[in-house]
Structures are given as structure tokens and as C-alpha cells.
Write a protein of this length. Structure first.
Length: 255
């Protein structure tokens, strides 16, 4: 776990949704350099809505988003990316007809060409598996290779904080473990501030430092991964309704 305590990315009391209907209400998250902050919850809990609100894809109904101390709540998605907020969506995360190299070049579209080329060289040195595939089109890659490419493409722009929306979706268990324990944990180990939405909870807990549980769009648990594991009944946090004592118990277990 990182020794840093100051969050790089923060969302405070976020309420967001579609049209005039909120999907998440009053959600706060902190993402610290050197750590993986994990957001989990049942299907339909609002996890992807939260990440889209942080990213600027959805307008905030209430609350705020700060990156490196700057309020980016009213900035567009593109301007948030320019400030250093990276995002890898669950689907449509690569350009299937482009080669691996061309996908990475798209990740550096804001950078001068020489800087983009240098960043791609660094990416290939960091991920030799991608270097060997540089001339292959993304459509011909395996699921794990495509996800690695999607993450690498986001890294070309040197994001200070990176958000990953279910990076192991539709991957085989062994490949999912590799993505989380090698790639995601490796990014945090190198000092990255990582926000991870993930359905493979047990695998994700192995790499997470902090955990947020959303149920019906509202926070049910906020604390450390160790605190979450220590709960007498983790499943009850997801499925019990109208049980405020669970929230109190969860907070006590997180400290």
C-alpha cells in the first residue's frame, strides 16, 4: 500500500444520472497515488454512472470533482483528460481496424509527434507483449491483449489518475487475474492513482487498498480493503436493505 495519504482524484457528494433522474446520490471517493481504489456493488448499483460523472461524460447534478487540487467539475471530458485524468471504458476501448501502434498513436493525439513516438517506445519497453504485436490490428488480438492495448493507449498521455471500468469483463479467469495482479497492481506500484470498477470482487480485493460499495446508487461501505475483508458478512453489505447498522458496522471495521 502507498504511504501517500493525499488524494490525487476526489469526488465529493456526487449526484448524477440521466435526464432528471439521479442514479448515484451523495457518493464520495478518494484516489491516492500508489493505490488502487476499488468500487464494487451489485449490477445496477451505479458504478459506471459514477465513473462517467468523474470523467465528465455525465453532468453533475450535485457535488464536485477535484484533480490534483483543481476543481474540474465544470470541465468537459476532453479538458479533464488534458488535465491528466485517464479513462478506459468497459467496451469500445480500442480501434479494431487500426494496428497496435496506430492505436497507441491515437492515445497521444494531444502530444507533439516526437513526444508521442517516445512515449510509444516507452510503452513497448514496459509491455514487451505489445511490442511483439505492434503490426497486428486490434481486431485480431485476444481479449487480454486488447485490454492491455486499451490500458496502454490511455497511458501514452501520461495520466496522473487512471479510471478503469471493469477491465476483466468477458476475460477468462486466468487472463483476468493477470490483468489485475500484473497490470493494474503494477500501475499502482509505480505510483499511479487507480480507480477500479470490477465485478470479480475477490481478485480485485487482492490488489485494492481502499473499497467503496455502492448499493442502489448510494454508499454502503467506505474503508480499507482489509476492513472490508474483516466484516462478519461481506455479502450482507450488498444485499441487506434498510439496515443502517450495517453501514455503521462497516465503518467501524474499516478503521
Amino acid at each position: 500500500m502507498s504511504q501517500a495519504t493525499t488524494p490525487l482524484l476526489t469526488g465529493r457528494d456526487i449526484t448524477a444520472g440521466y435526464a432528471a433522474v439521479p442514479v448515484v446520490r451523495g457518493v464520495s471517493v478518494d484516489v491516492v497515488p500508489g493505490e488502487v481504489t476499488l468500487v464494487i456493488g451489485p449490477n445496477g448499483a451505479g458504478k459506471s454512472t459514477l465513473i462517467k460523472a468523474l470523467n465528465g461524460e455525465l453532468r453533475l447534478m450535485a457535488g464536485s470533482v477535484h484533480l490534483a487540487g483543481e476543481d474540474i467539475s465544470r470541465l468537459s471530458e476532453d479538458l479533464r483528460a488534458a488535465r491528466g485524468l485517464g479513462y478506459v471504458p468497459q467496451s469500445r476501448d480500442v480501434f479494431p481496424t487500426l494496428t497496435v501502434t496506430e492505436n497507441l498513436e491515437m492515445g497521444g493525439y494531444r502530444l507533439p509527434p516526437a513526444e508521442t513516438a517516445a512515449r510509444i517506445a516507452e510503452i513497448f519497453a514496459r509491455f514487451p507483449q505489445l511490442a511483439a504485436l505492434r503490426r497486428r490490428t486490434a481486431a485480431t488480438l485476444s481479449g487480454g491483449e486488447r485490454k492491455l492495448l486499451a490500458i496502454a493507449r490511455a497511458l501514452v498521455a501520461r495520466p496522473t489518475a487512471l479510471m478503469l471500468d471493469e477491465p476483466t469483463a468477458n476475460l477468462a479467469p486466468a487472463v483476468a487475474r493477470q490483468v489485475l495482479t500484473e497490470i493494474v497492481a503494477g500501475l499502482a506500484g509505480a505510483g499511479g492513482a487507480i480507480l477500479l470498477i470490477e465485478q470479480r470482487i475477490q481478485l480485485a480485493l487482492d490488489v485494492a487498498s481502499r473499497v467503496h460499495v455502492l448499493v442502489d446508487g448510494t454508499p454502503r461501505f467506505t474503508g480499507t480493503a482489509a476492513g472490508f475483508r474483516a466484516l462478519p458478512d461481506m455479502g450482507a453489505v450488498f444485499f441487506a436493505r434498510g439496515r443502517p447498522e450495517l453501514a455503521r458496522e462497516a465503518q467501524e471495521g474499516a478503521t
